[in-house]
Design a protein around this ligand. Structure first.
Ligand SMILES: Cc1cc2nc3c(=O)[nH]c(=O)nc-3n(C[C@H](O)[C@H](O)[C@H](O)COP(=O)(O)OP(=O)(O)OC[C@H]3O[C@@H](n4cnc5c(N)ncnc54)[C@H](O)[C@@H]3O)c2cc1C
Length: 299
């Protein structure tokens, strides 16, 4: 069977057999679940299908932060980290603390880290350099901030440069949504689906990082999801709902394309397998890291 990466977690929150309103949620990240939760509570006869492109749900939450050994960090990453000889780590930002995408809570946590020093410096990462092909140093450019609105100021290069000696550079400069469907107006610059308070057009809404860009933590995305879901509920009251086949036709299409479907029951198999593997290593779970293996276990 041909297997591709579009997989599906379905009807996790469906409550009624007498379907009057069908809602399709694309993406099973926290926002997809929070919005669905709100919609189920406020639209009695709703049927929601959540579609996910990976065989596993929960979006970035599955891969979030850890503390070494008693968490679900994957074994291969743990082994590499435990033998690491890294002594010094520089975290370099482009703008000042006021413009940063991280939250105050994250900053506070960082400042409390043992052996961690913080140096504020208006620098920007420009390029790696090294004569042997290995990284030897980073060229950093001193920026100036332009614009009257302090929260929307742009970082602009100046002539000033600094060099930072290092052996390894890890770029962690953002998470940007990509356009997948030209029918959805998209701002490629900001990496967001164009929307007004979550609404793209009649019957089409967006929330979470696709709506706001990559900023904030689960709590802020939760408020955003609830806010947009509330908007959907009030908007639905104003428009007439056209009956559509929903999953019945999507399933046929996916079958025609030879896609291996992963339903909630299949995800539970992956979940049980990961927890079992984790138990052997004294961890909550050992995450499967390849889609191929996820699909094998899900079958
Ligand atoms: C490295 C990192 C660490 C973080 N740590 C924390 C933390 O410790 N605490 C905290 O509160 N927040 C943390 N966050 C922020 C948190 O992860 C986000 O706020 C949250 O995940 C955003 O939710 P979302 O549902 O909008 O997006 P996502 O979590 O990205 O979920 C989107 C989902 O949609 C799916 N998808 C994408 N395209 C398609 C498609 N075409 N069809 C179907 N499905 C699709 C994706 O596979 C994914 O499952 C962290 C973020 C990052 C990047």
């Amino acid at each position: 069977m041909k297997k591709i990466c579009f997989k599906l977690a379905r009807a996790l929150y469906s409550t009624s057999q007498n379907t009057e309103v069908k809602i399709c949620v694309i993406g099973s990240g926290p926002v997809g679940f929070y919005a669905s939760q709100h919609l189920v509570k406020h639209i009695p006869s709703v049927k929601i299908d959540i579609y996910e492109k990976l065989p596993v749900p929960f979006g970035l939450v599955r891969y979030d932060t850890f503390f070494y050994t008693n968490t679900d960090i994957t074994q291969h990453a743990l082994e590499v980290l435990s033998t690491s000889k890294i002594k010094e780590v520089y975290l370099i930002g482009r703008r000042g603390p006021l413009q940063a995408a991280f939250t105050i809570k994250e900053l506070r946590e960082m400042l409390k880290l043992k052996n961690c020093g913080t140096y504020w410096c208006d620098s920007d990462f420009v390029e790696f350099s090294g004569s042997t092909g290995d990284v030897e140093k980073l060229k950093l450019c001193v920026n100036k901030l332009e614009g009257a609105d302090i929260l929307r100021q742009k970082a602009v290069f100046t002539e000033d440069v600094e060099y930072l000696s290092c052996d390894l550079a890890v770029t962690s400069i953002g998470y940007k949504s990509l356009e997948v469907d030209p029918a959805i107006p998209f701002d490629s610059n900001r990496g967001i689906a164009k929307n007004a308070n979550g609404k793209i057009s009649d019957g089409v809404f967006t929330t979470g990082w696709l709506a706001t860009g990559p900023t904030g933590v689960i709590l802020s995305t939760m408020s955003n999801a609830f806010g947009v879901a509330e908007y959907i509920v009030s908007d639905l009251k104003k428009c007439s709902i056209e009956s559509k086949p929903g999953f019945a036709s999507v399933e046929k299409l996916l079958e025609k394309r030879g896609v291996q479907l992963v339903f909630w029951e299949n995800w539970l198999k992956i979940d049980a397998y990961e927890q079992e593997m984790g138990k052997k290593l004294g961890k909550p779970r050992e995450k499967i890291v390849t889609i191929k293996k996820m699909l094998e276990v899900a079958e």
